[in-house]
Design a protein around this ligand. Structure first.
Ligand code: NAP
Length: 312
């Protein structure tokens, strides 16, 4: 691949690149990227490139920055990270299923990565990539914006035990939820997560629930968060049944593409307030952008670009 900043208008934004594209990487600007598998659904490139274009108007030093999208299988993540580092990718986002794997390899990491065991943002440094997790901030801000409430004192039912669920669980504990209810398809992964969360806030009750059947949680103060990847395909069923939960329950699905998953449809039919993962994407992206560029992006610009990207 030979890409010159002068050809910026023609740079791939919607294209999905692969490991092979790094073999002769010749981009002469400052590259950023998201790595995932699958990753086709991601509108992170549209969102970050819009913010970069806006920043470049104020500060031309950013005119040659560009954000790419790579589909990388988990077996090849290590190799990909080495190649991206060699090619001086200044910043990376990690999405499904890479967040836990990457956290195990990154030696220099912010406390939120060590607490959650998950990493979604990497910053190039002379000594290797430094790890961050901006999902904690993204999820917390998304709940505040979408439902006009704070996590503190709420009951939270979290579905999943992967990278995003780990970040969400740590955010819930550090923001002092009243109780944390956890459920996941694979019990062993959930048990491991509960073990790792134990030291964070021993005073907050954590309980494990089966994923099949109705949940026995009666609180009107409940927020349900889907942090599984079930729903990414239009045909996917909901990961859980919400019948029996209080109609005042709020439901956040971290998935934003498709915009209304089977879980959100089910919640709406039960009269519950819902939000998809778009606000979370934008807020976690805002934080990552600031880590890489040391500049605050316009959240409105990022949101608009993500919505436009989804509409195309
Ligand atoms: P991950 O580490 O691969 O974890 C996947 C989770 O989904 C695990 O809990 C897994 O359960 C569960 N799962 C997968 N297939 C399932 C199925 N068929 N039935 C039930 N559960 C299933 O992925 P991740 O990084 O945590 O991401 C999870 C989701 O959150 C993705 O859809 C991602 O796009 C979304 N996300 C969105 C944002 C945002 O900004 N909006 C940020 C982060 C993540 P097992 O343990 O049983 O395998």
């Amino acid at each position: 691949m030979r890409l010159k900043p002068t050809l910026k208008r023609n740079l791939p934004e919607r294209d999905v690149l692969r490991l092979g594209d790094l073999a002769n990487w010749r981009f002469e600007g400052t590259p950023l990227a998201v790595l995932g598998h699958p990753v086709k659904h991601s509108v992170s490139p549209e969102m970050h490139n819009a913010a970069l274009r806006e920043l470049a108007v104020r500060n031309p030093a950013f005119k040659d920055w560009h954000y790419f999208k790579f589909d990388i299988e988990p077996e090849r993540l290590r190799e990909a990270l080495d190649l991206l580092y060699e090619n001086r990718f200044k910043g990376l986002n990690l999405t499904v299923p890479h967040k836990i794997l990457a956290a195990q390899w990154i030696e220099a990491a912010e406390p939120e990565v060590r607490l959650s065991g998950a990493c979604n943002t990497l910053l190039w440094t002379e000594n290797g990539y430094r790890g961050y997790n901006t999902d904690l901030y993204g999820m917390t801000r998304a709940i505040e914006e979408s439902f006009a409430l704070k996590l503190q004192g709420r009951q939270v039912l979290l579905i999943g035990a992967g990278g995003a669920a780990r970040a969400a669980a740590v955010a819930c504990l550090t923001h002092e939820v009243g109780a944390l209810h956890l459920t996941n398809r694979t019990r062993e992964k959930l048990d491991l997560l509960v073990e790792e969360l134990a030291g964070i806030r021993a005073d907050i009750p954590i309980s494990i629930h089966p994923l099949t059947g109705a949940f026995s949680i009666a609180s009107p103060n409940l927020i349900v968060i889907n942090a599984t990847s079930l729903g990414l395909k239009e045909s996917d069923p909901a990961p859980a049944v919400l019948w029996g939960l209080h109609p005042a329950t709020k439901v956040l699905d971290m998935i934003y593409n498709p915009s209304k998953t089977a879980l959100l449809k089910q919640a709406e039919s039960l009269g519950m307030r819902t939000a998809n993962g778009l606000p979370m994407l934008v807020f976690q992206g805002e934080r990552s952008f600031k880590i890489w560029t040391k500049n605050s992006p316009s959240v409105e610009t990022m949101f608009r670009a993500a919505v436009d990207g989804l509409a195309e």
